[in-house]
Design a binder for this molecule. Structure first.
Ligand SMILES: [Zn+2]
Length: 233
């Protein structure tokens, strides 16, 4: 994977930038960050180093510890990347978006079903979810019709109730711009297409193809958007 396409993320603390705010441009930069954090006493980074290297003398120089760490950082990033398929990321996005929308609607309209569900979710979606609930196997049936939304329903809720999401979305920047309604909906649409393409493994674009890389980039961006929104609480 080309590091310039995807930001490198610290396998310990999920940071995308060093303490000066610069993105990690290489595995070496990331190794220096982990070594540096451990040297100043950060426990999670210390524990991680201990796990991969055994006992390390933290009075050694940053560079010398980072040198030992680099192959381990390389392995850890490979492991993370192996899990980051378009399908896995799309599913992750859907689950997060589903929870996030409900939280926002409850905050805005109130926590009772007659408030957030009735006022926040368009009637057509409510009826479709109720139908899906009724036709589900008795063994699998969920109590809450909201559990039966499709990705595309979530997009429509954002579209129809933008006033609920706008104050938060406007704090997210993408390509150095505020996240507008149109851009947000476009990304949701694109993420939905990726989800549909990759949900059926037989028809999904093959790993290594341009389509696959484009899809991975799309869901990576969408995941960054939803993660920023969730981080705002
Ligand atoms: Zn870190």
């Amino acid at each position: 994977m080309n590091p310039s396409e995807f930001p490198l993320i610290c396998p310990v603390c999920d940071a995308e930038t060093n303490s000066q705010g610069n993105p990690f441009v290489s595995e070496w930069a990331l190794s220096c960050h982990i070594a540096g954090s451990a040297i100043v006493g950060n426990l999670p980074h210390r524990r991680w180093i201990k796990k991969v290297l055994g006992d390390v003398d933290f009075s050694r120089s940053n560079l010398s510890i980072a040198e030992d760490l680099e192959p381990e950082v390389h392995k850890a990033l490979k492991d993370v990347q192996a899990l980051q398929t378009p399908n896995a990321l799309a599913q992750d996005i859907e689950v997060k978006l589903h929870n996030y929308i409900k939280e926002r609607l409850m905050d805005y309209y109130g926590e009772t079903r007659s408030a957030w569900w009735v006022k926040g979710v368009p009637q057509k979606i409510r009826m479709e979810c109720a139908n899906r609930l009724e036709s589900d196997n008795e063994d699998d049936r969920q109590e809450e019709p909201y559990q039966y939304t499709y990705f595309i329903d979530l997009k429509e809720i954002v579209d129809k109730k933008w006033e609920v999401f706008e104050p938060f979305a406007s704090q997210v920047t993408l390509d150095e711009r505020q996240l507008s309604k149109k851009v947000f909906l476009d990304w949701l649409q694109k993420a939905n297409s990726v989800r549909n393409r990759h949900a059926h493994h037989i028809r999904a674009p093959k790993e290594g193809s341009q389509r696959y890389r484009d899809d991975l980039e799309t869901v990576t961006t969408m995941k960054r958007i939803i993660d920023s929104l969730c981080d705002m609480g």
